[in-house]
Design a protein around this ligand. Structure first.
Ligand code: F0G
Length: 352
């Protein structure tokens, strides 16, 4: 029988702050595919592979951090978890809290969450509160709540979140047999870029890779505090997942960028949507807008002649496109041609 994936905590127990006796709260997250992007590779003159994190149980990379964060919450004996979210963290927190039998409280920016993500928090039974403000302001509220009440904070400022998320870097090295030359990912609250850098460094130190990659982070132009060099007040982008102006893991992300010899740049919403469409139509991978940012950033770097020829470049595509079908469809409608039950009519409409 083929071996069955046991979730990231059990698979990488030696590298995580847990042991066999802990009650591990898992939905089987991780073990996601690394998919070769042929056309994009030939266009940029490198080997480009996408790490499809939309394959996780709730459809985003957040599940890696949530299995470890909620496992620790249960260990500590807490009964309620809280998070601020642009949608994916709340979907993940709600699902893992449901699995563990905990109460989950979620603060989201009003009207700025994709429908699928909101539906996830609702069906998993979270207490959902909309805030008349942005993600950064939601995070301020939940930080204070968790300081004043017996509620565990499960945003990525919780160190157990980054512990779980670093396993994606381990998987990439395990899948390639070596670290890539460059790793690219979208940057919002900056937890994930920090977690990947930690993961790549730890695996190299453990002798599992001979080097660490350069980290290239990509933000949306209307929400690009790292590119500007300071937090911003009113972030705006079609990629609502990364509509963030005051990233919590600022220093860790800057360290990931600088220690790796990489960069953090911005791409326009238009470039994000175009990269999202290319991933769907050319690679067969349907991602949400934020997840397409690294591909847009890669295409821009290639156009500027900055992609080393033949390099191995891995790109994390962070969330599943099914969470936000409205944005992906744009002005396309859901009403394909209708025909009678008739083979001739089918052939005719297809021009066969
Ligand atoms: N991509 C997606 C799909 C996300 O949901 C997020 C963050 C990011 C990228 C950026 O990751 O914050 O670690 O830099 N979403 C958070 C949320 C903020 O609430 O779901 P980051």
């Amino acid at each position: 029988m083929a071996e069955v994936w046991r979730g990231i905590v059990r698979e990488y127990l030696d590298h995580l702050p847990f042991d066999e006796s802990d009650r591990i709260v898992s939905l089987g997250e991780g073990g996601t595919p690394l998919i070769y992007a042929e056309k994009i590779s030939s266009e940029v003159g490198a080997e480009v592979l996408v790490k499809y994190e939309g394959m996780n149980p709730t459809g985003s990379f957040k599940d890696r951090g949530m299995t470890s964060a909620i496992t620790q919450v249960v260990k500590d004996g807490d009964h309620t978890v809280v998070c601020a979210s642009t949608g994916n963290t709340s979907a993940s927190a709600a699902a893992y809290a449901a699995h563990a039998g905990l109460r989950c409280v979620v603060m989201i920016p009003q009207g700025k969450i994709a429908a699928g993500k909101m539906a996830q928090a609702i069906v998993h039974g979270a207490d959902l509160v909309q805030v008349d403000g942005n993600f950064d302001e939601c995070l301020d509220i939940v930080r204070e709540l968790s300081e004043s009440y017996p509620i565990a904070l499960v945003n990525s400022v919780n160190p157990y979140r980054l512990q779980g998320q670093k396993t994606a870097a381990f998987e990439i090295v395990d899948q390639l047999g070596e670290a890539p030359d460059i790793h690219m990912l979208p940057v919002g609250n900056a937890g994930n870029i920090s977690a990947y850098w930690m993961g790549f460094k730890e695996y190299a130190e453990a002798g599992r890779a001979s080097r660490t990659p350069k980290i290239w982070g990509v933000q949306a132009a209307g929400a690009a505090p790292f590119v500007l060099g300071h937090p911003i007040k009113d972030p705006e982008t079609v990629a609502t997942a990364i509509r963030i102006g005051k990233p919590a893991s600022w220093d860790l992300a800057v360290a990931a960028r600088d220690e790796s010899g990489g960069w953090i740049r911005a791409v326009t919403d238009e470039a994000i949507l175009s990269a999202q469409a290319r991933l769907a139509a050319e690679v067969g991978v349907f991602v949400e807008p934020a997840s397409a940012a690294p591909i847009a950033g890669l295409l821009a770097a290639a156009a500027a002649g900055e992609v080393p020829r033949g390099a191995t470049i891995t790109c994390t595509v962070t969330g599943n496109g099914l969470k936000d079908t409205a944005t992906a469809l744009g002005d396309r409608t859901l009403d394909p041609t209708v025909i009678p039950v008739d083979v001739e009519a089918a052939a005719s409409v297809l021009g066969l």
